[in-house]
Design a protein around this ligand. Structure first.
Ligand SMILES: [Zn+2]
Length: 79
Protein backbone atom coordinates (compact mmCIF):
# COMPACT_ATOMS: atom_id res chain seq x y z
CA UNK A 1 0.00 0.00 0.00
CA UNK A 2 1.34 3.44 -0.90
CA UNK A 3 2.20 5.68 1.98
CA UNK A 4 0.10 8.82 2.37
CA UNK A 5 2.00 12.04 1.95
CA UNK A 6 1.24 15.68 2.29
CA UNK A 7 0.75 17.40 -1.10
CA UNK A 8 2.53 20.51 0.18
CA UNK A 9 5.59 19.27 2.09
CA UNK A 10 5.54 15.49 1.45
CA UNK A 11 5.45 14.75 5.19
CA UNK A 12 4.00 11.33 6.12
CA UNK A 13 2.20 12.04 9.36
CA UNK A 14 -1.32 13.38 9.71
CA UNK A 15 -3.52 14.33 12.59
CA UNK A 16 -7.27 14.61 13.07
CA UNK A 17 -8.50 17.96 14.27
CA UNK A 18 -12.02 18.18 15.64
CA UNK A 19 -13.89 21.24 14.52
CA UNK A 20 -17.32 22.51 15.49
CA UNK A 21 -19.05 25.03 13.25
CA UNK A 22 -21.02 27.93 14.78
CA UNK A 23 -24.15 25.94 13.94
CA UNK A 24 -22.92 23.08 16.11
CA UNK A 25 -22.08 20.68 13.29
CA UNK A 26 -19.11 18.59 14.30
CA UNK A 27 -16.60 17.32 11.85
CA UNK A 28 -13.00 16.35 11.67
CA UNK A 29 -10.18 17.71 9.56
CA UNK A 30 -7.26 15.57 8.56
CA UNK A 31 -4.20 17.73 8.33
CA UNK A 32 -0.46 17.39 7.90
CA UNK A 33 1.32 17.38 11.27
CA UNK A 34 4.24 19.23 9.77
CA UNK A 35 2.69 22.13 7.86
CA UNK A 36 -1.01 21.96 8.69
CA UNK A 37 -2.23 21.47 5.13
CA UNK A 38 -5.74 20.01 5.25
CA UNK A 39 -5.87 16.86 3.17
CA UNK A 40 -9.37 15.73 4.05
CA UNK A 41 -12.46 16.22 6.13
CA UNK A 42 -14.62 13.63 7.84
CA UNK A 43 -17.99 13.74 9.44
CA UNK A 44 -17.56 13.29 13.17
CA UNK A 45 -20.61 11.01 13.33
CA UNK A 46 -19.13 8.77 10.67
CA UNK A 47 -15.84 8.50 12.53
CA UNK A 48 -17.66 7.45 15.69
CA UNK A 49 -19.50 4.77 13.73
CA UNK A 50 -16.30 3.51 12.18
CA UNK A 51 -14.66 3.26 15.60
CA UNK A 52 -17.70 1.50 17.04
CA UNK A 53 -17.81 -1.11 14.28
CA UNK A 54 -14.06 -1.64 14.62
CA UNK A 55 -14.50 -2.18 18.35
CA UNK A 56 -17.23 -4.75 17.71
CA UNK A 57 -15.06 -6.62 15.24
CA UNK A 58 -12.15 -6.59 17.65
CA UNK A 59 -14.16 -7.86 20.61
CA UNK A 60 -15.63 -10.65 18.45
CA UNK A 61 -12.14 -11.57 17.34
CA UNK A 62 -10.91 -11.67 20.95
CA UNK A 63 -13.92 -13.77 21.96
CA UNK A 64 -13.14 -16.30 19.26
CA UNK A 65 -9.51 -16.30 20.23
CA UNK A 66 -10.35 -16.93 23.89
CA UNK A 67 -12.58 -19.84 22.90
CA UNK A 68 -9.82 -21.37 20.81
CA UNK A 69 -7.32 -21.02 23.63
CA UNK A 70 -9.75 -22.60 26.08
CA UNK A 71 -10.37 -25.50 23.69
CA UNK A 72 -6.66 -26.10 23.33
CA UNK A 73 -6.17 -25.98 27.10
CA UNK A 74 -8.97 -28.44 27.85
CA UNK A 75 -7.67 -30.79 25.18
CA UNK A 76 -4.28 -30.77 26.87
CA UNK A 77 -5.84 -31.52 30.24
CA UNK A 78 -7.83 -34.45 28.88
CA UNK A 79 -4.94 -36.22 27.22
ZN1 LIG B 1 2.68 19.10 5.01
Amino acid sequence: MARSKCPACEHHEFEAVHVTTPKGHKFCLIQCVNCGTVVGALDDVKITNVIKSAEKKLSKFLENLNRKVLTVCSRKNNS
